[in-house]
Ligand binder design. Structure first.
Ligand SMILES: C[S@@+](CC[C@H](N)C(=O)[O-])C[C@H]1O[C@@H](n2cnc3c(N)ncnc32)[C@H](O)[C@@H]1O
Length: 255
């Protein structure tokens, strides 16, 4: 059996890495690295820093796989993600066949937590379902960008007894989710929060959370929407990429 560990490494701060993740990192024979895009250099650097800090010895190997690029504005988002995941699956299968021996342990260091807007679990399940590889995998949880966001703003994710919806900018563009008191928005390339600036909404926004470039802005949306937009635009221009997340809630009830 080939063992694969999906290790959540937190959202940008090497100190997000849990003790469980440290133990897992020290079991690894080979790391598979699949980063892409303009953020690649920083993301790879963080993973290297995590290995340097937490792994005793240097007996592990690192295999970089070219990750298939994603169309930026696909006509059909779901099909596009499915195509991408099929390509990623093929890349994974090649890594499993060619880059690890039976009995070895491979790992993928997953940004944040493997359960949140990440397809690696689905891809491994599909590989196992095909039955061509004798593999087994474990998931080690990590601090998500959502937790990094709420902690930095010293706020709660939900109001007392109320539901939270975690969604994408693309979904939010269709309107405030029914029944959601608090909404967390990820993967928003379009500053979609601006659509709600005329409503009684508070926002907690964070970019590059946990990293030296971190930016935090919070307040009544109508007061801070422009400030967030300007900060986001400037930071993206300066760095060439941005990752940001925000929590919004309608100001109706007590916290
Ligand atoms: C593909 S999702 C992966 C989420 C990840 N698995 C997690 O647990 O946070 C990428 C999105 O996560 C959010 N994100 C991840 N890391 C972040 C960070 N350090 N600061 C702000 N947002 C972050 C952004 O919304 C980004 O578009």
């Amino acid at each position: 059996v080939k063992k694969i560990l999906l290790i959540g490494i937190g959202a940008g701060d090497p100190e997000h890495v849990t003790m469980q993740a440290v133990k897992a990192l020290n079991r690894v024979d080979v790391f598979f690295v699949m980063d892409k895009g303009p953020a690649k250099k920083k993301l790879v650097a963080l993973r290297q820093e995590i290995c340097r800090r937490y792994i005793e010895g240097t007996s592990y190997r690192v295999v970089e796989a070219p990750s298939p690029p994603r169309e930026r504005a696909p006509a059909d988002y779901r099909t596009c993600v499915e195509d991408l995941n099929n390509e990623k699956k093929a890349v994974f299968e090649r890594l499993i066949s060619a880059e690890m021996a039976d009995g070895e342990c491979a790992a993928v260091m997953i940004w944040g937590d493997p359960s949140l807007y990440d397809s690696t679990i689905r891809i491994l399940d599909a590989i196992i379902a095909d039955g061509r590889h004798d593999i087994d995998y474990e998931v080690i949880p990590g601090i998500t960008s959502v937790q990094a966001l709420t902690a930095k703003h010293r706020t709660t994710l939900n109001r007392i007894g109320k539901p939270v919806e975690i969604t994408t900018g693309r979904n939010l563009a269709a309107g405030w989710p029914d029944d959601a008191d608090s909404v967390v928005v990820m993967l928003d390339g379009e500053d979609t929060y601006r659509r709600f600036a005329d409503q009684d909404v508070e926002i907690f926004w964070g970019a590059y959370l946990g990293t030296p470039d971190e930016i935090l802005i919070s307040g009544k949306l109508e007061d801070v929407a422009v400030r967030i937009y300007e900060a986001r635009t400037a930071a993206r221009a300066a760095n060439g990429w941005i990752m940001d997340t925000y929590l919004m809630r309608k100001v109706r009830e007590d916290k």
